[in-house]
Design a protein around this ligand. Structure first.
Ligand code: ANZ
Length: 768
């Protein structure tokens, strides 16, 4: 008897797929397309982890499911390779990030192949490949030309350990997302993308997205639209005034003091001489805190500026305070405090003995001008790092930025020896003296003549999120040398039908939407939302329910599971069976064994000649359960209920072990199994000499569904009888079936007093 040997079967099929490229796809205008992708991974040295496997397998199940339905299915693959880990490693070891990246990609690719994914490997992309980042730079230049990439001096989160500026999204509770060190604020000139230009559309289009509600809510909150007014308060004995943002202009009569943020730009002009020292000290302390800390419900702090403003509604003089519960980057960085109506203001007033007066509500439109504010800020995209996409900009001698001409793209990352940023915080590129010099054609504003001018290159590189903001479009024509994305390929393949990931709810998923709208406005994209359906998968935790982490030593390595003899199919089926795909789940080694036994049983049904095989001429005993299973698995995969689809297959196999199998049963089983366990299913289909086209069910078998009728005699359970569900509608028939049943007969031979039929409970009670 042959035994299930997953490693042997898997290698055989993986070699076939490598050679025949069955998952390579081209545009076929007459065939409906389906485009699926996972959020591409950062190829770390540690290789794939079980989280990747869950994420990739979800996409693979859907890919194969639609492929078996003969849609034109594209499932590409890529690597998000720029970023700090490779650079930090380079600083430590001197190994070029290019080298490390190459090795890590090769490893990731090998591992993904061992999992049997239906990937079109000719559509593989890598964001640090000049073939790719040339077009990231092109994207940047389009934004730059439209004024949507601009420079601004501002306070930035600064990680003193990684020596880098961080975006808001990279600060987690006041700590660096990478190294965990506490962050500081530093004033620097930075590049921004003007995502706020699209705030309204980004917000309004959320409603129509087929995305999980929790992600939609997070995006709405992140954008944080707030409708109110700006009101000017004149500063007493000064030419200055303070503009506040309020959502409650109708409460202005209750405004008994103003509060400005410690970073407030006009603070220096307003503060009175004898308050200066205290105010400056307070500012320095506040800069060390994160925004989250500042908004926490701790005891309020603040200092008086010594200055007063005039409330335009009451004409009264009200004191101006500085406090860190007012944030610099929100609204105008200044508020009118209405302690009677606002909780935070009340707390502050009570602590510092400021007046609280009952507010006489006035018309909202009496003072100030209507204003809508957003919590979302412009997207900070410059990084003072070597290992990123160079920003295609050069500066003239006056320090004005100029676009590098498109013919000069890509601006290649030069090879260097020392990857450490310089002491001022500039990237290591600042040390590549030859590379820094560049000649740029400039048009004379008076004569219109073009001359070449020596300039100095930008040494900042782009945030990795810029590289991943357009890769979904690159997949449509990954090696096009003329375009970032080919228009014909884009209009056939895009938008993405399914996008699956378990991270980046706000940042990445907001940025791709922003770029999509921008490039649609520029005429480069024929749609305004890039992702039709988003699947947000849960995490897989360690058996103890805790997050897997190297330091805790509780990491399950997916390759160990494969190499232990279980094989990739078991790992795939297990990760789909572990629970609803969008919920976190804990690894359970025993269940892995259970899944392995299930696949063994599938194998034996097909390959063990001693199995109880019905002749095909026999009546089709399993038609009902087979059709039911086809329907259930099909509908479950459509709904992404992968775990219940696997459960239905397990039940089906149990049934076949009881009743015996026909080749129809085996073929249906193999086809339904293929999205989950493609190697084993391919092996079965080969033996059965069948293609893998997705099976259809016949409703006629489902209509004759059966139910189990429970029969009690004088309240005691005496029999269970299986009958056609439809017969339940006719009480006389039901009673007749019960009375003539062998098992019931001996209990009712002395005569029946009464029969009670409870249809809802499928129950017949006989009183004798
Ligand atoms: C007076 C007032 C009275 C306010 C009242 C609220 C209630 P949302 O909805 O979050 O937009 N505010 C404005 N700028 C601020 C800043 N930079 N830092 C901290 N708080 C700020 O909240 C807007 C309200 O938050 C504004 O309306 C302002 O307080 C405060 F009964 O003005 B309000």
């Amino acid at each position: 008897m042959k035994r299930y040997n997953p490693l042997e079967i898997e290698e055989k099929w993986q070699q076939k797929w490598e050679k025949n490229k069955p998952y390579k796809v081209e545009i076929r205008p007459s065939v409906p397309k389906m485009f699926l992708a996972e959020m591409f991974p950062y190829p770390s040295g540690a290789g794939l982890h079980v989280g990747h496997v869950r994420n990739f397998t979800i996409v693979d199940v859907l890919t194969r499911f639609y492929e078996q339905q003969r849609l034109n299915v594209m499932r590409p693959f890529g690597y998000d390779t720029f970023g700090l880990p490779a650079e930090n490693y380079a600083i430590k070891t001197g190994t070029a990030p290019q080298e490390v990246t190459k090795i890590n990609i090769a490893n990731f690719r090998k591992q993904a192949k061992r999992l049997g994914y239906a990937i079109d490997w000719d559509r593989e992309i890598n964001t640090s490949d000049p073939e790719y980042y040339k077009w990231t730079q092109w994207c940047f230049l389009q934004l730059f030309r439209k004024g949507l990439a601009y420079q601004k001096e501002s306070y930035q989160w600064w990680c003193p350990v990684d020596q880098t500026v961080l975006a808001n999204e990279q600060v987690e509770n006041g700590h660096c997302w990478r190294c965990g060190h506490e962050v500081e604020k530093k004033k620097m000139k930075q590049w921004f993308f003007k995502i706020t230009e699209y705030a309204d559309e980004l917000l309004e289009d959320i409603d129509a997205l087929d995305w999980p509600e929790k992600i939609k809510t997070m995006q709405r909150n992140w954008i944080g639209r707030s409708v109110g007014a700006e009101i000017d308060f004149k500063v007493k004995d000064s030419a200055h005034s303070i503009t506040v943002f309020t959502t409650r202009p109708d409460t202005i009569k209750g405004a008994t003091f103003l509060v400005v943020a410690p970073e407030y730009s006009k603070l220096d002009y307003i503060v009175s001489d004898n308050a200066k020292e205290a105010v400056m000290k307070y500012r320095a302390d506040a800069l060390k805190k994160s925004e989250i800390e500042r908004q926490e419900n701790k005891e309020k702090t603040g200092v008086f500026t010594g200055a007063y403003a005039i409330n335009p509604a009451t004409k009264e003089e009200i004191p101006i305070w500085v406090a860190d519960y007012v944030l610099a980057g929100y609204g105008t960085g200044a508020i009118m405090a209405v302690p009677y109506n606002d909780e935070r203001d009340r707390e502050f007033a009570e602590k510092f003995n400021l007046p609280i007066v009952e507010t006489e509500i006035v018309d909202r439109d009496l003072y100030g001008t209507p204003k809508t504010t957003y919590r979302m800020r412009d997207w900070l995209i410059s990084r003072q790092r070597y290992w990123g996409c160079p920003i295609p900009i050069a500066y003239d001698k006056d320090g004005n930025p100029h676009a590098i001409p498109e013919e000069q793209l890509p601006v290649m990352l030069p090879e260097i020896e020392d990857y450490k940023p310089d002491k001022t915080g500039r990237s290591a590129l600042a040390k590549a003296k030859d590379w820094l010099k560049v000649s740029i054609p400039v048009k004379d504003s008076k004569t219109g003549e073009i001359h070449m001018e020596e300039m100095t290159r930008e040494t900042d590189t782009l945030d990795g999120y810029a590289c991943s903001s357009w890769y979904l479009w690159r997949y449509a024509s990954p090696h096009d040398t003329e375009h970032a994305w080919n228009p014909e390929a884009i209009s056939y393949w895009e938008p993405v039908d399914y996008y699956c990931g378990g991270d980046h709810a706000v940042a990445h998923l907001l940025y791709v939407r922003f770029w999509c709208k921008f490039f649609a406005d520029e005429g480069y994209l024929p749609f305004r939302e890039p992702i039709k359906k988003l699947l947000y998968n849960g995490y897989i935790n360690a058996p103890d329910g805790k997050k897997m982490s190297k330091s805790k030593g509780n990491v399950i390595d997916p390759l160990d599971v494969i190499n232990d003899g279980y094989g990739a199919d078991t790992l795939r089926v297990y990760e789909m069976f572990i629970g609803p795909y969008d919920m976190d789940a804990a690894w359970d080694t025993r269940s892995v064994g259970g899944v392995y036994r299930f696949l063994n049983r599938c194998y034996n049904l097909c390959f063990d000649d001693d199995m109880f095989v019905l002749n095909d001429g026999d009546s089709d005993k399993n038609a009902i359960v087979r059709n039911k299973t086809i329907k259930k698995v099909t509908e479950d995969i459509h709904k992404c209920n992968f775990n219940t689809a696997v459960a239905a297959l397990m039940e089906y196999v149990n049934e076949l072990y009881k009743e015996g199998v026909t080749s129809d049963d085996l073929t249906a089983l193999a086809k339904l199994l293929k999205p989950f366990a493609p190697h084993l299913a391919s092996e079965m289909l080969e033996k059965l000499d069948s293609d893998d086209e997705w099976p259809k069910w016949d409703d006629k078998y489902l209509a004759t569904d059966t139910v189990e009728l429970v029969v009690q005699v004088n309240g005691k359970l005496r029999a269970r009888i299986t009958i056609d569900k439809q017969k339940l509608n006719d009480e006389a028939t039901v009673i007749e079936i019960v009375k003539t049943n062998d098992k019931v007969a001996e209990y009712i031979k002395d005569g029946i007093k009464k029969t009670i039929f409870v249809k809802k409970a499928n129950l017949v009670n006989i009183v004798v």
